[in-house]
Design a protein around this ligand. Sequence first.
Ligand SMILES: Cc1ncc(COP(=O)(O)O)c(C=O)c1O
Length: 400
Amino acid sequence: MGFLSDALSRIKPSATIVITQKARDLRAQGRDVISLSVGEPDFDTPDNIKEAAMAAIRRGETKYTPVPGIVPLREAIARKFKRENGLDYKPSQVIVGTGGKQVIYNAMLATLNPGDEVIIPAPYWVSYPEMVGLCGGTAVPVDTTMEHNFKLQPGPLERAITPKTKWIILNSPSNPTGAAYTRAEMKALTDVLMRHPHVWVLTDDMYEHLTFGDFEFVTPAQVEPGLYNRTLTMNGVSKSYAMTGWRIGYAGGPEELIRAMDFVQGQQTSGACSIAQWAAVEALDGPQDHLKVFKKAFEERRDLVVSMLNQAKYLKCPMPEGAFYVYPSCAEAIGKTAPSGKVIETDEDFVAELLDSEGVAAVHGSAFGLGPNLRISYATSTAVLEDACHRIQRFCGSLR
Ligand SMILES: Cc1ncc(COP(=O)(O)O)c(C=O)c1O
């Protein structure tokens, strides 16, 4: 349609949202559907955070806020960066946005010119290449392998860098694979980046608190202080505090970049929701006890799901370090025939047939830039996961 912008043709619909909706529609038709496609914790926001929001409403904290966020929240974020990541950011180096998504988008909008390249390790969170494209840049996906647990290796990173590279986006623990970089793995990447001073680093640390066992989370500017002046350390309360609907994300970085993002946001949404910002202050400054509960539940579910998927014929599922996703390969199922009579040619066929024959909704890996795989979110109860994994085993067993 001539009325619509050219920019619209540069983006794809979010596959995760499409599949979640398809599962909802099937359920509305009366089908028994288990959705393993959602990207949010199934826990409720902790009570102390809800109380802080209600207190903020009662105090009348209901007006516009400064564009980059209320000072108490930027101070709480600065304390968080110091306490948990050993990073010194002044409140003037911190910006709060309406979800982590807006923070990344504004960083791209504030910095990308046509032709600028952004390196994105694949598989990636579906929104990165779309945001880069919308902002006029060129996404440069760099494939990882299951053999390396879907972690970017220094060699491929070095080869992907060109004079036009502006950013690399790192995401650990990762959506969609759950993979997280150890300090040594991160250092191998930051060593490469130190040799290319024109490349900036956007690190998406949304799943920081969701790592398992004694895994130590690290972020690039902490591992390599030499990158501090060209790193945007992005994070948010959505996943760690079960606050996806509150829409608060934030980032710390060089003052000039933060000012540019503030400038963009000022002509866009302005400050994030005042009440949600006060809730986020409580999230960051208040007790962190809920995290133990979240982590324990997610770790148990991860172990269950990985073990059950590895018992399914044709699936191979690596053990991720964090987040609440697994990313099994369905390569061995390609070429097999589903109960419907359809030959499975792609991972998209695999998830469509799985939904059709067993009512389990997962997202195909190719939507995240690397397949044939499927992304399974285990942010749901153990009983539901057991049922879903049995159905997946049955589906795989039915392939001929
Ligand atoms: C890797 C990653 N980054 C950022 C976000 C966005 O977070 P928010 O809901 O705060 O916008 C998500 C949410 O799915 C995510 O998975």
